[in-house]
Design a protein around this ligand. Sequence first.
Ligand code: ADP
Ligand code: 2DT
Ligand code: MG
Length: 218
Amino acid sequence: PTCEEDGRGALVVVEGLDRAGKSSQCEILARRLQEMGHQVRYVRFPDRSTPIGKLIDNYLRGQSQLDDHSIHLLFSANRWEAARSIQEDIANGVSVIVDRYSYSGAVYSAAKGNSNLSLQWAWQPEVGLPRPDLCLFLSISTEEAARRGGFGVERYENDTMQKRVRELFLSLIELPHNDEICVIDAGKSVGEVAGDILEPVLECMKNVDAIGPLRKLG
Ligand code: ADP
Ligand code: 2DT
Ligand code: MG
Protein backbone atom coordinates (compact mmCIF):
# COMPACT_ATOMS: atom_id res chain seq x y z
CA PRO A 1 0.00 0.00 0.00
CA THR A 2 1.25 3.48 -0.75
CA CYS A 3 0.34 6.78 0.83
CA GLU A 4 -0.16 8.51 -2.52
CA GLU A 5 -2.99 6.46 -3.98
CA ASP A 6 -5.18 9.50 -4.48
CA GLY A 7 -2.55 12.20 -4.80
CA ARG A 8 0.40 13.17 -6.92
CA GLY A 9 4.05 12.55 -6.19
CA ALA A 10 6.53 15.25 -5.20
CA LEU A 11 9.40 16.56 -7.34
CA VAL A 12 12.42 16.85 -5.07
CA VAL A 13 15.74 18.17 -6.37
CA VAL A 14 19.13 17.79 -4.67
CA GLU A 15 21.77 20.35 -5.65
CA GLY A 16 25.26 21.30 -4.57
CA LEU A 17 28.94 21.35 -5.42
CA ASP A 18 30.87 18.31 -6.60
CA ARG A 19 31.33 15.93 -3.61
CA ALA A 20 28.72 17.69 -1.47
CA GLY A 21 27.16 14.23 -1.09
CA LYS A 22 24.26 14.55 -3.54
CA SER A 23 24.38 11.07 -5.05
CA SER A 24 24.91 9.36 -1.68
CA GLN A 25 21.98 11.27 -0.18
CA CYS A 26 19.67 10.69 -3.14
CA GLU A 27 20.20 6.95 -2.84
CA ILE A 28 19.62 6.91 0.91
CA LEU A 29 16.53 9.10 0.55
CA ALA A 30 15.02 7.02 -2.25
CA ARG A 31 15.59 3.82 -0.26
CA ARG A 32 14.13 5.22 2.96
CA LEU A 33 11.03 6.55 1.22
CA GLN A 34 10.53 3.20 -0.50
CA GLU A 35 10.85 1.41 2.84
CA MET A 36 8.13 3.72 4.16
CA GLY A 37 5.83 2.54 1.35
CA HIS A 38 6.17 5.48 -1.03
CA GLN A 39 6.65 5.03 -4.76
CA VAL A 40 9.93 6.70 -5.73
CA ARG A 41 12.12 7.11 -8.80
CA TYR A 42 15.70 8.40 -8.69
CA VAL A 43 16.80 10.45 -11.69
CA ARG A 44 20.16 12.13 -12.26
CA PHE A 45 21.28 14.87 -14.61
CA PRO A 46 23.14 14.73 -16.83
CA ASP A 47 21.50 11.45 -17.85
CA ARG A 48 24.47 10.13 -19.83
CA SER A 49 22.55 7.17 -21.28
CA THR A 50 20.63 9.03 -24.02
CA PRO A 51 22.09 10.22 -27.36
CA ILE A 52 22.22 13.80 -26.01
CA GLY A 53 23.67 12.46 -22.74
CA LYS A 54 26.46 10.72 -24.67
CA LEU A 55 27.45 14.05 -26.27
CA ILE A 56 27.54 15.58 -22.78
CA ASP A 57 29.57 12.67 -21.40
CA ASN A 58 32.15 13.04 -24.18
CA TYR A 59 32.41 16.75 -23.48
CA LEU A 60 32.80 16.29 -19.71
CA ARG A 61 35.51 13.67 -20.23
CA GLY A 62 37.40 16.04 -22.52
CA GLN A 63 36.84 13.86 -25.59
CA SER A 64 35.16 16.68 -27.51
CA GLN A 65 35.23 20.47 -27.66
CA LEU A 66 31.95 22.37 -27.85
CA ASP A 67 30.98 26.03 -27.81
CA ASP A 68 29.86 27.06 -24.29
CA HIS A 69 26.36 27.98 -25.50
CA SER A 70 26.04 24.74 -27.40
CA ILE A 71 26.94 22.45 -24.48
CA HIS A 72 24.74 24.57 -22.22
CA LEU A 73 21.72 23.93 -24.45
CA LEU A 74 22.53 20.20 -24.60
CA PHE A 75 22.41 20.00 -20.78
CA SER A 76 19.01 21.71 -20.91
CA ALA A 77 17.81 19.47 -23.76
CA ASN A 78 18.81 16.48 -21.63
CA ARG A 79 16.29 17.69 -19.01
CA TRP A 80 13.62 18.47 -21.60
CA GLU A 81 13.82 14.96 -23.04
CA ALA A 82 13.08 13.59 -19.56
CA ALA A 83 10.37 16.13 -18.66
CA ARG A 84 7.38 14.17 -19.94
CA SER A 85 8.23 10.98 -18.05
CA ILE A 86 8.84 12.98 -14.87
CA GLN A 87 5.45 14.66 -15.27
CA GLU A 88 3.76 11.30 -15.85
CA ASP A 89 5.35 9.72 -12.79
CA ILE A 90 4.37 12.66 -10.59
CA ALA A 91 0.79 12.52 -11.88
CA ASN A 92 0.70 8.79 -11.11
CA GLY A 93 1.71 9.30 -7.50
CA VAL A 94 5.41 8.51 -7.90
CA SER A 95 7.77 10.94 -6.20
CA VAL A 96 10.85 11.78 -8.25
CA ILE A 97 14.19 12.48 -6.56
CA VAL A 98 16.50 14.40 -8.90
CA ASP A 99 20.31 14.54 -8.54
CA ARG A 100 21.23 17.98 -10.07
CA TYR A 101 18.78 20.01 -12.13
CA SER A 102 18.34 23.52 -13.55
CA TYR A 103 20.37 25.24 -10.83
CA SER A 104 23.48 23.26 -11.78
CA GLY A 105 22.59 23.95 -15.40
CA ALA A 106 22.62 27.73 -15.02
CA VAL A 107 25.40 27.99 -12.47
CA TYR A 108 28.12 25.82 -14.07
CA SER A 109 27.75 27.52 -17.45
CA ALA A 110 27.78 31.03 -15.97
CA ALA A 111 30.80 30.14 -13.81
CA LYS A 112 33.04 29.43 -16.80
CA GLY A 113 35.89 31.90 -16.76
CA ASN A 114 36.16 32.79 -20.41
CA SER A 115 32.52 32.60 -21.46
CA ASN A 116 30.30 35.66 -21.67
CA LEU A 117 27.34 33.65 -20.64
CA SER A 118 25.25 35.38 -17.98
CA LEU A 119 23.26 33.61 -15.29
CA GLN A 120 20.15 35.26 -16.71
CA TRP A 121 20.82 33.96 -20.25
CA ALA A 122 21.69 30.53 -18.88
CA TRP A 123 18.37 30.27 -17.03
CA GLN A 124 16.13 30.89 -20.05
CA PRO A 125 16.10 27.35 -21.56
CA GLU A 126 14.94 26.05 -18.16
CA VAL A 127 11.74 28.12 -18.26
CA GLY A 128 8.76 25.78 -18.60
CA LEU A 129 10.44 22.64 -17.22
CA PRO A 130 8.72 20.88 -14.30
CA ARG A 131 9.28 23.06 -11.23
CA PRO A 132 10.64 21.29 -8.15
CA ASP A 133 8.29 21.22 -5.16
CA LEU A 134 11.41 21.28 -2.99
CA CYS A 135 15.07 21.91 -3.71
CA LEU A 136 17.60 20.76 -1.14
CA PHE A 137 20.87 22.63 -1.48
CA LEU A 138 23.66 20.62 0.14
CA SER A 139 25.89 23.42 1.33
CA ILE A 140 29.57 22.69 1.77
CA SER A 141 32.71 24.82 1.60
CA THR A 142 35.05 24.15 -1.29
CA GLU A 143 37.77 23.23 1.25
CA GLU A 144 35.57 20.65 2.96
CA ALA A 145 34.51 19.18 -0.40
CA ALA A 146 38.17 18.95 -1.46
CA ARG A 147 38.93 16.93 1.69
CA ARG A 148 36.52 14.23 0.47
CA GLY A 149 38.92 13.28 -2.29
CA GLY A 150 41.03 14.83 -5.01
CA PHE A 151 39.65 16.21 -8.21
CA GLY A 152 38.90 13.73 -10.96
CA VAL A 153 39.72 14.22 -14.60
CA GLU A 154 36.42 15.72 -15.73
CA ARG A 155 35.88 19.30 -16.79
CA TYR A 156 34.87 21.75 -14.04
CA GLU A 157 36.72 19.71 -11.39
CA ASN A 158 39.11 22.46 -10.37
CA ASP A 159 39.33 24.90 -7.50
CA THR A 160 38.65 28.15 -9.41
CA MET A 161 35.55 26.71 -11.03
CA GLN A 162 34.19 25.24 -7.76
CA LYS A 163 34.59 28.59 -5.96
CA ARG A 164 32.69 30.44 -8.72
CA VAL A 165 30.02 27.74 -8.78
CA ARG A 166 29.49 28.05 -5.03
CA GLU A 167 29.12 31.85 -5.23
CA LEU A 168 26.62 31.61 -8.08
CA PHE A 169 24.61 28.91 -6.28
CA LEU A 170 24.38 31.19 -3.24
CA SER A 171 23.28 34.15 -5.37
CA LEU A 172 20.52 32.03 -6.96
CA ILE A 173 19.29 30.84 -3.57
CA GLU A 174 18.86 34.41 -2.40
CA LEU A 175 16.48 35.34 -5.24
CA PRO A 176 13.04 36.10 -3.79
CA HIS A 177 11.13 33.55 -5.94
CA ASN A 178 13.28 30.72 -4.63
CA ASP A 179 11.35 30.11 -1.40
CA GLU A 180 11.21 26.37 -2.04
CA ILE A 181 14.96 26.01 -1.49
CA CYS A 182 16.07 24.39 1.75
CA VAL A 183 19.73 24.81 2.67
CA ILE A 184 21.23 21.73 4.33
CA ASP A 185 24.59 21.70 6.13
CA ALA A 186 26.35 19.01 4.09
CA GLY A 187 29.51 19.12 6.23
CA LYS A 188 27.96 16.78 8.81
CA SER A 189 28.19 12.97 8.75
CA VAL A 190 26.31 10.99 6.07
CA GLY A 191 23.76 9.81 8.64
CA GLU A 192 23.17 13.27 10.09
CA VAL A 193 22.67 14.84 6.66
CA ALA A 194 20.25 12.02 5.73
CA GLY A 195 18.23 12.79 8.86
CA ASP A 196 18.20 16.54 8.13
CA ILE A 197 16.97 15.88 4.59
CA LEU A 198 14.20 13.41 5.42
CA GLU A 199 12.17 15.85 7.49
CA PRO A 200 11.62 18.61 4.87
CA VAL A 201 11.03 15.96 2.18
CA LEU A 202 8.27 14.23 4.17
CA GLU A 203 6.75 17.64 4.92
CA CYS A 204 6.82 18.48 1.22
CA MET A 205 5.25 15.14 0.23
CA LYS A 206 2.45 15.78 2.71
CA ASN A 207 1.77 19.21 1.22
CA VAL A 208 1.96 18.61 -2.55
CA ASP A 209 -1.77 18.10 -2.94
CA ALA A 210 -2.39 21.47 -1.33
CA ILE A 211 0.08 23.01 -3.85
CA GLY A 212 -2.01 21.55 -6.68
CA PRO A 213 -0.63 20.17 -9.95
CA LEU A 214 3.08 20.21 -10.72
CA ARG A 215 4.10 23.78 -11.61
CA LYS A 216 6.50 25.03 -14.29
CA LEU A 217 9.79 26.84 -13.81
CA GLY A 218 9.49 30.54 -14.53
P1 ADP B 1 28.27 14.23 -5.13
O1 ADP B 1 27.25 13.35 -5.79
O2 ADP B 1 27.67 15.47 -4.54
O3 ADP B 1 29.44 14.56 -5.99
P2 ADP B 1 28.89 11.87 -3.53
O4 ADP B 1 27.66 11.42 -2.86
O5 ADP B 1 29.33 11.13 -4.75
O6 ADP B 1 28.84 13.45 -3.84
O7 ADP B 1 30.06 11.87 -2.45
C1 ADP B 1 31.39 12.25 -2.78
C2 ADP B 1 32.39 11.55 -1.85
O8 ADP B 1 32.24 12.03 -0.52
C3 ADP B 1 32.18 10.03 -1.77
O9 ADP B 1 33.45 9.44 -1.62
C4 ADP B 1 31.34 9.86 -0.53
O10 ADP B 1 31.51 8.60 0.06
C5 ADP B 1 31.85 10.97 0.36
N1 ADP B 1 30.80 11.55 1.24
C6 ADP B 1 29.50 11.78 0.92
N2 ADP B 1 28.84 12.36 1.95
C7 ADP B 1 29.75 12.50 2.95
C8 ADP B 1 29.68 13.03 4.29
N3 ADP B 1 28.55 13.56 4.79
N4 ADP B 1 30.81 13.05 5.02
C9 ADP B 1 31.96 12.53 4.52
N5 ADP B 1 32.10 12.01 3.27
C10 ADP B 1 31.01 11.99 2.49
P1 2DT C 1 27.94 14.77 -12.07
O1 2DT C 1 29.34 14.63 -11.51
O2 2DT C 1 26.90 15.04 -10.99
O3 2DT C 1 27.57 13.67 -13.02
O4 2DT C 1 27.94 16.14 -12.90
N1 2DT C 1 26.58 20.12 -15.09
C1 2DT C 1 25.52 19.35 -14.72
C2 2DT C 1 26.43 21.23 -15.93
O5 2DT C 1 27.39 21.90 -16.27
N2 2DT C 1 25.17 21.55 -16.37
C3 2DT C 1 24.06 20.81 -16.01
O6 2DT C 1 22.94 21.13 -16.44
C4 2DT C 1 24.25 19.66 -15.14
C5 2DT C 1 23.06 18.84 -14.76
C6 2DT C 1 28.16 19.68 -13.19
C7 2DT C 1 28.68 16.30 -14.04
C8 2DT C 1 29.08 17.74 -14.26
O7 2DT C 1 28.15 18.40 -15.11
C9 2DT C 1 27.92 19.73 -14.67
C10 2DT C 1 29.18 18.60 -13.01
MG1 MG D 1 27.16 12.74 -7.80
